[in-house]
Design a protein around this ligand. Structure first.
Ligand code: NAD
Length: 486
């Protein structure tokens, strides 16, 4: 007989500092609303400030010596128990994620479940050897060890509110660091669920501290705090560069995962059914609010007309609406300001000569719903071709040969992800060698990441070691070389 487990309680709508759930020392809160039903409040969350950061860093610093000295197997065991706790809450986390930031439920469920996989992967990584043994010319041995850094600051966006905090916090904690995690204001509840999972798993007090609040009130003091050794940041280019500049001047280690402007190239020999589906999913799932979303679609001339009509047809048949409906493919934009920014991007696209083939308008007076929007005739140097509009907006371009496609695909300052659809191995090889992006997909959409492989952008899309997989060890540990004679 299967045991029926009761869903665990929701976490407190509070910071998690020193192993306790605490209101902000500022005494302030803010209201988070549902982007599908903006009159509905998700809850009152702490509007934290510098004093909360100070308390969280102090708790993390106090917890560091014991945690760093804890055997790796015990640290791993905590992550495994946190994964089990998360698995019991997947549905609850998915429902809350959808309500607070509008990701369609079917994607929220996948992301919540992926969170447990991230925890389990890093529990396993904890067991791997981390140093290297060398011969010494005069006898004896030389070897390297990897040590944790100390207190690390993690700053996360709202668009992957389970996966991104976990792909930072899991390696940070399992390799022996202690953490202050600053959650995005638009998706605090999902991140607080993660803290509750660690609490349930028996993580010692102070190893993971979670603070909710504005970037300027919480992020800035965290970046500047002298006891914080490293900052891992995921978010927009503008804020990321500011964080990098401040932190590196202060001698901190910095990792940035930023925006993208990701191209999809469709060659004349591509499977059109699959490439149209990849274009739709890549551009419009999560309402295009993914760093790896498809922003430019280059289609080779002989199949351009056919591809365009099939993509327009796919958009017209797409399920746009309430993200809590498991059938919905495209839900709302996260908040009113973001909706305004996306609509302004669309207006600019039109003003610069682009033609709208689908979407382009708000679909509801209340919900922040925007129809999946497809442009064509956008110039290569126009705003839409160069800047990230963080919503369900993409553009079609026609090209003659692969040289031209690669040149135009590379002509942006970003370099996060890219995709090609073709059956020509020569074209694949050139794409792999020449396309300037950190994540390349062949015959699959631009978005999507496995938990056990490195993830990160090049050019303007990233800075420092990539995240996830074996790359995480690079960022969250430092190498010490030991010369040892008998
Ligand atoms: P954002 O840059 O506005 O905010 C990201 C985080 O930084 C938030 O927690 C925010 O409060 C904080 N912040 C803001 N100002 C700060 C400051 N001065 N100092 C320190 N922290 C500060 O980004 P967003 O709107 O939350 O997320 C969307 C962006 O993130 C998009 O550009 C998207 O492409 C990017 N993104 C990148 C990846 C990736 O892995 N490359 C993944 C997801 C999202």
């Amino acid at each position: 007989m299967t045991e029926v487990l009761e869903a665990p309680a929701r976490p407190a709508f509070a910071n998690f500092v020193g192993g306790e759930w605490r209101p902000s020392l500022s005494g302030q809160t803010y209201e988070k609303r549902n982007p599908m039903h903006p009159s509905e409040t998700i809850g009152e969350f702490p509007a934290s400030g510098e004093a909360d950061v100070e308390a969280a860093v102090s708790a993390a610093a106090a917890a560091f010596p014991d945690w760093a000295a804890t055997p790796a197997a015990q640290r791993a065991a905590v992550l495994t128990r946190a994964a089990e706790a998360l698995e019991r809450r997947v549905e609850q986390i998915a429902q809350d994620m959808t309500a607070e930031m509008g990701k369609p439920l079917r994607e929220s469920r996948g992301e919540a479940a992926r969170g447990a996989a991230i925890l389990r992967f890093f529990a396993g990584e904890s067991w791997r050897p981390k140093g290297e043994l060398y011969e010494q010319t005069g006898g004896g041995v030389v070897y390297t060890v990897r040590r944790p850094l100390g207190v690390v600051g993690l700053i996360t966006p709202w668009n992957f509110p389970a996966a991104i905090p976990l792909w930072k916090a899991s390696p940070a904690v399992v390799f022996g660091n202690t953490v202050v995690l600053k959650l995005a204001q638009d998706a605090p509840l999902t991140g607080l669920h993660l803290a509750a999972c660690f609490e349930e798993a028996g993580l010692p007090a102070g190893v993971l501290n979670v603070v909710v609040g504005r970037g300027s009130e919480v992020g800035t003091p965290l970046v500047r705090h002298p006891q914080v050794r490293a900052i891992s940041f995921t978010g927009s280019v503008a804020v990321g560069r500011q964080v990098r500049d401040e932190a590196t001047v202060l001698g901190k280690r910095v990792q940035l995962e930023l925006g993208g402007h990701n191209p999809l190239i469709v060659m004349a020999d591509a499977d059109l059914d699959r490439s149209v589906e990849a274009a739709f999913a890549g551009a419009f799932w999560s309402a295009g609010q993914k760093c790896t979303a498809t922003r430019r679609i280059y289609v080779q001339e002989p199949v351009y007309e056919e591809f365009r009509s099939r993509l327009v047809e796919r958009i017209e048949g797409g399920a746009v609406g309430d993200p809590a409906d498991p059938q919905t493919e495209v839900g709302p934009i996260v908040n009113e300001k973001q909706l305004g920014d996306v609509l302004a991007g669309i207006e600019r696209g039109k003003a610069e000569g682009g033609t709208i083939l689908a979407g382009g308008v708000r679909l509801d007076d209340e919900a922040y719903l925007l129809g999946p929007t497809l442009f064509e005739g956008v110039a290569d140097d126009a705003y839409l071709s160069c800047e990230e509009v963080f919503g369900p907006v993409t553009s079609l371009y026609r090209f003659a040969d692969l040289d031209e496609a690669l040149r135009r695909a590379n002509a942006v300052e970003f370099g996060l992800s890219a995709s090609i659809f073709t059956s020509d191995l020569g074209a694949v090889q050139r794409f792999v060698n020449e396309l300037e992006a950190g994540i390349l997909h062949v015959n699959s959409q631009t978005a999507g990441a496995e938990v056990h492989v490195p993830f990160g952008g090049i050019k303007g899309s990233g800075f420092g070691p990539h995240e996830q997989g074996r790359s995480a060890l690079e960022f969250y540990t430092e190498v010490v070389t030991v010369y040892q004679d008998a």
